[in-house]
Design a protein around this ligand. Structure first.
Ligand SMILES: NC(=O)c1ccc[n+]([C@@H]2O[C@H](COP(=O)([O-])OP(=O)(O)OC[C@H]3O[C@@H](n4cnc5c(N)ncnc54)[C@H](OP(=O)(O)O)[C@@H]3O)[C@@H](O)[C@H]2O)c1
Length: 284
């Protein structure tokens, strides 16, 4: 099987490349093809002729998207459409990575794959446009929605917390946004299993367990042996950001469990993540 990973040098893409040993995996990024340009995408896909394209490439700056909506939609909407078109033209299946931010966070139970999307911010809207493009233009597709990614090739929330704790004795972290942290190595492994299972349609892929950013930060610092740092819970209103975020973006594991896959608890994943950070010299 030949896989083309588009977004290969990003946080998730790096782990996909590291974890997949048994297949021919071809990495690509904007240097190989800017997904905003259909001709570049076509040229790459026609050269590689993959069985699957895994599209992790995206404009992922959530707050930046508010200032640059044209860029967010060009990459996440039109760019995804270009990859979807090329996938069907050259007979490749498409695995698209999407986000919990397609939901508005008003649910009182974990989101199922068939719940209505209603993004609160530009980034979420552009990823929802990407989902729509996949469904309209790809012949065979799977959309994996995930949330709160962290991995050693970050930057991600845990790394920011660890960095901040090196210079500050006290950190304020938002406690009224709830979701499921997801380790990019676990996500990479789930994507591969879903590809082997020839998964179709929408799948929600997160580590098990639910927490707020505040609880996430506490566990990171505790496991890193930094219990002396005080963490203060603050509300979203006290900590305004350019992009609105859903208060509750927990994704139900039912669609993943359907394929016999369950990811470990996010707290277990944090301990492996910290070992990875030590291995690559980002944590002493
Ligand atoms: N991070 C999260 O918390 C989170 C949560 C839920 C879902 N997701 C989704 O998960 C996926 C992976 O996220 P990530 O955090 O690993 O992303 P990331 O680290 O920001 O990497 C994004 C990748 O996309 C590539 N890219 C950007 N614009 C491109 C363009 N115009 N043409 C071709 N490639 C382009 C970048 O390559 P260059 O550097 O060469 O431009 C980079 O390799 C994304 O689809 C994201 O929407 C992320």
């Amino acid at each position: 099987m030949r896989l083309l990973v588009m977004g290969a040098r990003g946080m998730l893409g790096t782990d996909i490349l590291q974890d997949w040993k048994s297949d021919e995996v071809v990495p690509a990024d904007s240097a190989e093809a800017d997904i905003r340009d259909l001709q570049q995408v076509r040229a790459l896909v026609s050269k590689v002729r993959p069985n699957w394209i895994v599209l992790t490439a995206a404009y992922t700056d959530v707050d930046g998207s508010e200032k640059n909506p044209d860029l967010a939609f060009a990459v996440n909407g039109k760019g995804t459409e270009n990859v979807a078109r090329a996938s069907s033209e050259f007979g490749a299946r498409l695995f698209y990575i999407s986000t919990d931010y397609v939901f508005d966070g008003t649910s009182t139970r974990p989101y199922e794959t068939d719940d209505l999307t209603h993004p609160l911010n530009v980034y979420g809207s552009s990823k929802a446009a990407g989902e729509q493009a996949v469904q309209s233009f790809a012949r065979e597709w799977c959309i994996g929605r995930t949330s709160w990614l962290f991995g050693a090739s970050g930057p991600s929330f845990p790394e920011k917390i660890l960095r901040a704790s090196e210079s500050r004795p006290e950190l304020a972290v938002v406690s009224d946004q709830v979701g499921s942290p997801t380790f990019t190595r676990d996500l990479a492994s789930a994507i591969l299993q879903l590809i082997y299972a020839e998964a179709r349609g929408l799948v929600h892929i997160t580590n098990t367990g639910v927490c707020s950013w505040f609880e996430f930060a506490k566990v990171i610092l505790h496991q890193a042996g930094r219990d002396s740092i005080r963490i203060l819970p603050v509300t979203t209103a006290e900590f305004p950001r350019p992009a609105r975020r859903p208060a509750y973006s927990v994704l139900s594991p039912a669609s993943l469990n359907h394929y016999g896959i369950t990811l470990r608890h996010w707290k277990e994943a944090v301990s492996v993540y910290l070992q990875d950070l030590r291995r690559v010299g980002k944590l002493s």
